[in-house]
Design a protein around this ligand. Structure first.
Ligand code: GLN
Length: 217
């Protein structure tokens, strides 16, 4: 499996190392042209948008049509956003309002935990098998609203911190900074599941051979 890690800033190397540990091929993405082959076909099975500073990401993404290319990409290909990456995927960003891909039906408030406790390592319950998760929060956003299609997989004091909507996964913390690989494994499983759906969709489509359906619903 070939997974891109957006490598404009932030902890991209640690994500790449964790993906490799799980047997995936990690590719650092620095240009919009690296999202597709010259014929426009996707070269990646999934993408991680790491933590960092979302305003800095937005500045980098202003050049070479990178924002628009990613905006299209995240609507059709599995993408996992952590912290600043979660902010970029969110439908609505506050504190202050900010541009985003608006692909994931959540609202987020940036730097929402206040100065004194803005960074913390906590252990919190999760619906993932294997017991509580260690969560490293660094100037984290708070998810203040989730849409009906969004599933909450872990919470901090009653607020969602790990969510999934179809082919999109987002965490307000930094799973790459813990040794627990369950969340990266979850992302790889999600991709496999989506690919299985795709194969099933194609098989269902075969008899009628109608229009090509989108890669991921
Ligand atoms: N505070 C950052 C932002 O608003 C996110 C912090 C992080 O990614 N660790 O973009």
């Amino acid at each position: 499996m070939r997974i891109g890690v957006l490598a404009l800033q932030g902890a991209f190397d640690v994500h790449a190392a964790m993906l490799r540990q799980l047997g995936a091929t990690a590719v650092l993405i620095r240009k919009p042209s690296e999202l597709h082959d010259p014929e426009g076909r996707p070269t990646l099975d999934g993408l991680i948008i790491p933590g960092g500073e979302s305003t800095t990401f937005l500045k980098h993404l202003e050049r070479d049509g990178f924002f628009d290319a990613l905006n299209t990409f995240v609507r059709s290909t599995p993408t996992f956003g952590t912290c600043a990456g979660c902010i970029l995927l969110a439908d609505d960003v506050q504190h202050p309002p900010q541009r985003s891909f608006a692909a994931l039906d959540i609202s987020v408030e940036r730097n929402a935990y206040g100065r004194q406790i803005d960074s913390a390592i906590l252990s919190a319950p999760t619906s993932l098998p294997g017991g509580p998760l260690e969560m490293v929060f660094i100037r984290a956003p708070r998810i203040t609203r989730t849409g009906p299609a969004v599933e909450t997989l872990a919470e901090r004091n009653g607020c969602p911190v790990l969510v999934r909507q179809g082919h999109l996964l987002a965490a307000t913390f930094h799973p790459e900074l813990s040794t627990d690989t369950r969340i990266h494994q979850l992302f790889l499983n999600l991709i496999r599941g989506q690919q299985t759906n795709l194969i099933q969709d194609q098989q269902t489509d075969q008899p009628t051979n109608q229009q090509t359906s989108p890669r991921y619903p």
